[in-house]
Design a protein around this ligand. Structure first.
Ligand code: EPZ
Length: 415
């Protein structure tokens, strides 16, 4: 079955190593298209989103090898510039191949990547930015064809921060003619990793980590070997699990320096964090403290991808709280499932109000990646047996959530 079964109510005790970042790996794999040669990407997580990205690269004529978490991409035989619709449909982040492919081949045709349950996920700003860089884009009801003789640097003034648009603009700008300014640029650690990868390949990028990026186009980039940083959202997920169950866990390689807002909130909610050189040691919550109000935002604010796991922490805290979701328009899909477990949560607009109630085991359904992981966190903490179905959503971003949680002492199995 495509599910996990969890025997809840146990404190977590143990240690696990945090995988490489999904949201850094995907744009970096897209960036290999800018390099006519062989790039080696270390610590690339073995998750289905990466599998689909590698399949897309292969469908474009790249040679792809994977040995564990080492991925080798050879783009010398890149041929295609039409992305196969079955792959685009499966993974919407295929849109981030657009900028790199245009820079490499000058022409791309693809279907519109779908939305998902957390939001409509439009790509208007992606297309608007590329048009400003000299790309002619002809749209039809199912997709579009984009073409350019040479990408031109320009000033991209975005109406708001977008991670994906920042990434596509960077990938289009590094080989463009002239200078490109992106503001406000997203500052997420995954974007910083992408910029580091590109700089190592010879790109000229200023303002990394700030909300204004200046990219000076160069003529070519050279092949590199790069290690993907650890996944801050996976680390935050296991942190929230320890806060809910109590106990003491060590998360090896957790990128504490990129988790400040999450760790501060965790401490406010009663967790005790010890910083080691190779990870973080977490003592579960003392059940006294709690943070009554939480709002998501762009980095370095509290990340939207941690909203569902921390809703579970709040729901189990025995105290009232509320969460405002400011990034996606429909990211409370976990609420009806948590209510099946006895939670008292109501949603008004983009705010969820969490009451105090006792939760119990239940059969619940994942509908997207982070909500699915959060349901697993809830099931670990409550008395009784739970089953979380649609495990494939969780497999998109977590290498082996069953193994990792077992290493942390959880009673969990594939179902
Ligand atoms: C990235 O999505 C991440 N995905 C998301 O992680 C993450 O939640 C999100 O950034 C915010 O941090 C990857 O990196 C693969 P956005 P992205 O563009 O780039 C609107 C996960 O669980 N928008 O920053 O799609 C958009 O609808 C995933 O790992 C437009 O309106 O997010 C949203 O409301 C979920 N027009 C807002 O911007 C556009 O052209 C921010 O989205 C583009 C975006």
């Amino acid at each position: 079955m495509d599910a996990v079964r969890i025997y809840g109510g146990k404190c977590l005790e143990g240690q696990t190593t945090i995988q490489g970042s999904k949201n850094a790996s995907l744009p970096i794999l897209a960036a290999t298209l800018l390099i006519n040669g062989i790039c080696e990407i270390e610590n690339c997580p073995e998750i289905s989103d990466v599998y689909h990205m590698l399949r897309l690269l292969k469908s474009l004529g790249c040679e792809v090898e994977r040995k564990g978490t080492l991925v080798r991409v050879n783009t010398e035989k890149l041929s295609e510039c039409d992305m196969p619709s079955d792959s685009v449909g499966v993974m919407r982040s295929s849109i981030m191949l657009l900028g790199a492919l245009l820079a490499r081949t000058g022409r791309v045709c693809m279907e519109y990547p779908g939305g998902c349950v957390i939001g409509s996920r439009p790509i208007n700003l992606h297309l608007q930015s590329l048009r400003k860089m000299g790309v002619v884009i002809e749209e039809n009801e199912t997709g579009f064809c984009a073409e350019t003789s040479r990408l031109r640097g320009t000033v991209l003034k975005l109406p708001f921060v977008s991670v994906g648009v920042t990434e596509n603009a960077i990938l289009a700008a590094v080989l463009a003619e002239g200078e490109t300014v992106i503001k406000p640029a997203a500052r997420e650690p995954e974007i910083q990793a992408l910029c580091e990868f590109l700089q190592r390949a010879g790109a000229k990028i200023d303002g990394i980590g700030s909300n204004c990026l200046v990219i000076h186009g160069v003529n070519r980039l050279h092949a590199v070997r790069y290690r993907v940083p650890a996944d801050r959202i996976v680390a935050g997920t296991y942190l929230s699990a320890c806060m809910c169950t109590g106990g003491r866990i060590f998360l090896r390689d957790a990128p504490a320096h990129h988790m400040e807002s999450v760790l501060n909130c965790a401490v406010e909610m009663g967790a005790a964090i010890e910083y080691e050189t190779d990870g973080i040691l977490i003592n579960g919550r003392d059940h006294e403290a709690t943070c009554h109000m939480l709002a998501t935002g762009c980095y370095p604010a509290f990340p939207t991808d941690m909203q569902s796991p921390f809703m579970v922490v709040m729901a189990l805290s025995g105290q009232r709280g509320c969460i405002e979701e400011t990034v996606f328009e429909n990211r409370f899909r976990i609420v009806p499932e948590l209510c099946k477990m006895g939670a008292d949560i109501t949603v008004h607009g983009n705010t969820a109000y969490i009451g105090s109630s006792k939760l119990h085991g239940a059969i619940v359904q994942a509908e997207e990646l982070r909500g699915g992981a959060a349901l697993v966190v809830a099931a670990l903490a409550v008395e009784g047996t739970s089953i979380v179905t649609n495990r494939h959503y969780i497999d998109r971003g977590y290498e082996d959530i069953v193994l990792s949680l077992r290493q942390l002492g959880a009673s969990i199995e594939l179902a």
